[in-house]
Design a protein around this ligand. Structure first.
Ligand SMILES: C[S@@+](CC[C@H](N)C(=O)[O-])C[C@H]1O[C@@H](n2cnc3c(N)ncnc32)[C@H](O)[C@@H]1O
Length: 292
């Protein structure tokens, strides 16, 4: 396995651009990327740190960027948007829901919503809600036929299986249809002999506090999971709001080419530093190639 990655790494192209993503992407050809995975500003939640827009203006701000995302994404590609609506005046704002509707109107298919469950969520106590332990990872595509490598994200079946499968009842060895007539059924015996199974759409990753130089970095495991699921080695990944470069740090060791864009020069520097050490800067293009 190590040798395989060594060969791929030799050819990896990882780039960081500093500027507005909608403008920078104009220099990229149509249908170039296989996956766009990103976490944009959550409206004006961290305005003092890296800008953002009022929730009321969020859709208008986002749509021109999404137009470029649509253009540079391959027809078989996926766009994964990690986002969460903030609370305003005691209730959740609806700008994420409005954005989903606007993206659908622009032609995107809203294929799935994955939940990122944060097992070490922020502590606190509020009178009207509990601790917020999840964020959305919205999955959009341009077509119903998109690349998806389900086997790449299989998980160990778990300790429950050994005990449960030892004592199969008569309903477990045939397909057992739901008694409420929902049309759903299950055949427990199908799990026999399986070491790995498909995951659910709930992804449990701890938030990472190790990257203290960016206030809103997502854990490396998050882009890693979607990169494995929606791309092959040698494919192109884009993070148009790359921040500290987590997506770059995830993509390169997986043998994917990657482009990261951020508006703030200090975050661009962080993102460049996130390119694994084997990469060498070729100035002045900002393009990196692997030194072996
Ligand atoms: C939520 S943070 C991304 C954090 C990133 N996922 C990480 O792990 O470090 C959003 C980033 O978007 C950047 N940003 C804001 N507006 C932008 C724009 N128009 N074009 C590119 N980047 C932008 C901000 O500077 C910020 O670093």
């Amino acid at each position: 396995m190590t040798n395989f990655y060594a060969v791929i790494l030799d050819m990896i192209d990882a780039r960081v651009h500093c500027g507005d993503c909608a403008e920078i992407l104009q220099d990229y050809p149509d249908a170039f990327f296989d996956l766009i995975i990103t976490s944009p500003p959550y409206a004006d939640r961290r305005q003092s740190l890296y800008g953002g827009v009022a929730p009321e203006a969020y859709v208008e701000w986002f749509l021109p960027k999404a137009e470029q995302f649509w253009r540079v994404l391959k027809p078989s590609g996926s766009f994964v948007l990690n986002i969460k609506e903030r609370v305003e005046n005691g209730e959740r704002h609806t700008y994420v829901l409005e954005l989903i509707l606007a993206l659908k109107k622009a032609g995107w298919l809203w294929v799935e919503e994955y939940i990122w469950h944060k097992k070490n969520c922020y502590p606190g106590k509020w009178p009207n809600r509990f601790r917020d332990a999840w964020e959305r990872c919205l999955h959009f595509t341009k077509s119903r036929q998109f690349k998806m490598r389900q086997e790449a994200v299989m998980v160990p079946v778990g300790d429950w299986a050994e005990k449960r499968l030892k004592r199969l009842g008569e309903n477990d060895v045939v397909r057992f249809d739901s008694r409420v007539g929902s049309g759903f059924g299950k055949n427990i015996a199908n799990w026999l002999g399986r070491e790995y199974v498909y995951p659910t759409n709930v992804l449990t990753f701890a938030t990472e506090c190790s990257n203290k130089n960016h206030p809103a970095a997502f854990p490396k495991a998050l882009p890693e999971w979607f990169i494995k699921l929606f791309t092959d080695p040698g494919d192109w990944v884009l993070d148009p709001f790359v921040g500290s470069g987590t997506t770059i740090a995830a993509a390169v060791p997986l043998g994917r080419h990657v482009v990261g864009i951020d508006l703030k020069p200090e975050y661009c520097e962080l993102a460049k530093a996130a390119i694994p050490e084997q990469m060498v800067l070729l100035e002045p293009t900002g393009m990196y190639v692997c030194d072996g």
